[in-house]
Ligand binder design. Structure first.
Ligand code: NAD
Ligand code: TDX
Length: 332
């Protein structure tokens, strides 16, 4: 791979992946990003400009996508509307970017015979019972709950259909909840950490019994690179690091790490249709590609992430007020 197109490379996971790619390969990178509210050019500021170029554009725009795809060896597709709560307020950009954008990219890789890796989520499988032995595998039926997860499920189906009908050389990964640097303050962990850093309070949806399977973003990046380099065409790989925790336990850990009492939080209005539990069985990825996570201790990864937010207030502070006003208007 000499030249890789990364869509959504100015977002949280995309930017971390761009740095991973520049560090662990010799590839040149072109980022295609619309620079929505979720993007940050600052996250790419330290990327070597001789090897990394940002093109501002829409993944649903066939002209820019065709031009960029024609000049690369591989595409890694992160670009998406990614926040469940926003998809409940207004689903339309989710349909356009996640469905029409993925369709637009598929048509371009089909025309130019370019390798595609499609980045998706475990939320396409719906949710699991608490304390049940089951975890998601590559064989779990699709059962998305929210407009966001339905749009991601639809995008996965488009990729599978283009593989089968047109022989497109594509792989798919479905990953669990990421945490780490450059994550937008609308998301659970950065929201609570920055609330506390500003002297505010932690906001827990409902009872906090909901379980998420946490993975450090650096481990998501190493898994995507392993699939891009060694994954079998047409295959799906689940990415997870055995990091199941309920939200209440995460909140208590954040409070403790920031020197506060563990019960010093507010219960707020629950998310509509809130998925109960996600859990990933990543045996296929581990056995077939030899992948292992490097962050196996969630608490130390979280402590490092808190340190990052403490050191980068200039990055998140400008977005904080508007995000909190939006949540407050919904009783969250
Ligand atoms: P993010 O919201 O932080 O970043 C998304 C990026 O995509 C932003 O830079 C945004 O500007 C860009 N974008 C949005 N619409 C675009 C468009 N029409 N054209 C071009 N660029 C556009 O999201 P994230 O958390 O980094 O997620 C990245 C990908 O990983 C998504 O596909 C998401 O579904 C998937 N994923 C995320 C998680 C997670 O925990 N965050 C877990 C599993 C999978
Ligand atoms: O303030 C909050 N309080 C709270 O209790 C917020 C923002 C969230 N929550 C809960 C809801 C979820 O149970 O925390 C959990 C995590 O919430 P999010 O950070 O919004 O993530 P989630 O909805 O689980 O989806 C994430 O993981 C899968 C990403 O945003 C998706 O893009 C990814 O596909």
């Amino acid at each position: 791979m000499q030249h890789v197109l990364v869509t959504g490379g100015a977002g949280f996971i995309g930017a971390n992946f761009v740095h991973h790619l520049l560090t662990h390969t010799d590839a040149r990178v072109t980022v295609l990003d619309k620079l929505t509210y979720a993007a940050s050019e600052a996250s790419l500021a330290e990327a070597d400009p001789a090897r990394c170029e940002l093109v501002v554009g829409d993944v649903a725009d066939p002209e820019v996508v065709d031009r960029l795809v024609s000049g690369v060896d591989a595409v890694v597709h992160f670009a998406a509307e990614s926040h469940n709560d926003n998809s409940l307020d207004d689903p339309s950009p989710f349909i356009r970017t996640n469905l029409v954008g993925t369709f637009t990219l598929l048509e371009a890789v089909r025309r130019h015979g370019v390798r595609l890796h499609h980045v998706s989520t475990d939320e396409v499988y719906g949710d699991l019972e608490l304390d049940a032995p089951q975890r998601f595998t590559e064989e779990t039926p699709y059962r998305p709950s929210s407009p966001y997860s339905a749009s991601k499920a639809g995008s996965d189906h488009l990729v599978r259909a283009w593989v089968r009908s047109f022989g497109v050389h594509a792989t798919i990964s479905n990953c669990s909840n990421n945490y780490g640097p450059w994550q937008h303050v609308e998301k659970f962990i950065p929201r609570q950490v920055t609330n506390l850093l500003m002297g505010g309070r932690v906001k827990l949806y409902g009872t906090g019994e909901n379980v998420r399977d946490w993975i450090h973003v650096e481990d998501h990046s190493s898994a995507v690179l392993a699939i891009l380099e060694r994954g079998r065409a047409g295959e799906t790989y689940l990415i997870g690091a055995d990091g199941e925790k309920n939200n209440l336990d995460v909140v208590r850990m954040v409070l403790r790490l920031l020197g506060r009492a563990e019960d010093d939080f507010d219960h707020v209005t629950d998310r509509a249709g809130h998925d109960l539990r996600y859990a990933i069985d990543s045996t296929k990825l581990r056995e077939e590609l030899g992948w292992r996570p490097s962050y196996e201790d969630f608490e130390s990864g979280l402590e490092q992430t808190i340190g990052w937010y403490r050191d980068h207030e200039d990055w998140w502070r400008p977005h904080k007020e508007a995000v909190e006003q939006g949540y407050a208007a919904k009783g969250q």
